[in-house]
Design a protein around this ligand. Structure first.
Ligand SMILES: C[S@@+](CC[C@H](N)C(=O)[O-])C[C@H]1O[C@@H](n2cnc3c(N)ncnc32)[C@H](O)[C@@H]1O
Length: 280
């Protein structure tokens, strides 16, 4: 199932200034485009659900990776990309629908835009839509004739994402394919104009290798496959994973595959990041 149609509509626009009043710390208040809920949690020093503690400087515990991310976001988020107010509205819509807060951070999202633009990507595939937060950043990297396919299991997530794409007036408009991503991928062919330039894998972690192999099939030679959550909060390096809720098996299969490939098919690197999404 897919939502290929482009349509336009307007929603009442709530200003960022109004929204900033809900922030509880000065550091949070200076941020545009970062998610209110994450910042409120951060300001309160809380961790919720599976959100790990922030990464802090040993000598100065008030200096945290999230605080630095907030500073960078206040300086670097582009008003029409990471600072686009429709992104914040989209996250609120997702919160209202009871969806988990597991999207990329604003800075990570804008990195997606930078990467895709630097590659001059015209065709992008995303695995794991959620409310379409990262999808918006990818759409904003594409030329008007570009193609963006995004795969999502949950019809609720797809519905909210579709509303968010309409609200953001995205062009090119992403096509959401609803269903188990592996089934969808196995039916997909390379786009007629050529393989995907960029694939972003960010769905269930157990099947990362399956997604990666399908992505290789669908990607043009020299294209890029980006895998989110590459270290699973560092648990990838533990012989015995002390947090069973954080799956590392899928990633280990991927890294084993790359090791066995011995550089014949892919050249891979992994970067550990800190920031609003802590250590990932
Ligand atoms: C981490 S979220 C994606 C976040 C999104 N990329 C962003 O940053 O805004 C993962 C998404 O993958 C979806 N998902 C989980 N298992 C899936 C599957 N088997 N097929 C397709 N989507 C799946 C979940 O419903 C969830 O919406």
């Amino acid at each position: 199932m897919s939502f290929p149609l482009r349509a336009t509509r307007t929603l009442g626009r709530m200003s960022n200034v109004v929204r900033a009043k809900t922030f509880t710390s000065p550091a949070a208040m200076m941020v545009r485009g970062l998610r209110t809920s994450s910042l409120v949690r951060l300001a309160a020093g809380q961790t919720q659900g599976s959100v790990p503690p922030d990464v802090a400087d040993r000598e100065n515990p008030d200096l945290t990776a999230a605080k630095v991310d907030a500073y960078l976001a206040s300086k670097l988020l582009h008003p029409d990309i990471g600072g686009d107010p429709s992104l914040e509205r989209g996250q609120e819509r997702a919160d209202e629908a009871g969806m988990p807060q597991i999207a990329v951070s604003a800075m990570q999202g804008q990195f997606l835009t930078v990467l895709a633009r630097a590659m001059k990507a015209e065709r992008i595939l995303e695995i794991g839509t959620l409310a379409g937060y990262s999808t918006s950043f990818l759409s904003k990297a594409l030329p008007p004739h570009g193609q963006l396919d995004t795969l999502e299991l949950s019809p609720l997530h797809a519905k909210v994402a579709q509303q968010n794409f309409l609200d953001s007036d995205l062009f090119p408009f992403p096509t959401i394919h609803i269903g188990p991503a592996l089934d969808t991928l196995r039916k997909m062919k390379q786009p007629e104009e050529g393989g995907y330039d960029l694939v972003f894998i960010d769905a269930d972690k157990e099947r990362i290798l399956d997604y990666f192999l399908e992505a290789l099939r669908l990607t043009r030679k020299g294209g890029v496959v980006l895998v989110d959550n590459a270290v699973r909060r560092g648990r990838i390096a533990l012989e015995v994973n002390d947090e069973p809720s954080v799956d590392v098996t899928g990633l280990r299969k991927l890294y084993d595959w790359v090791e066995q490939d011995g550089g014949k098919t892919v050249l891979m690197s992994a970067i550990q990041t800190v920031g609003a999404k802590y250590w990932e």
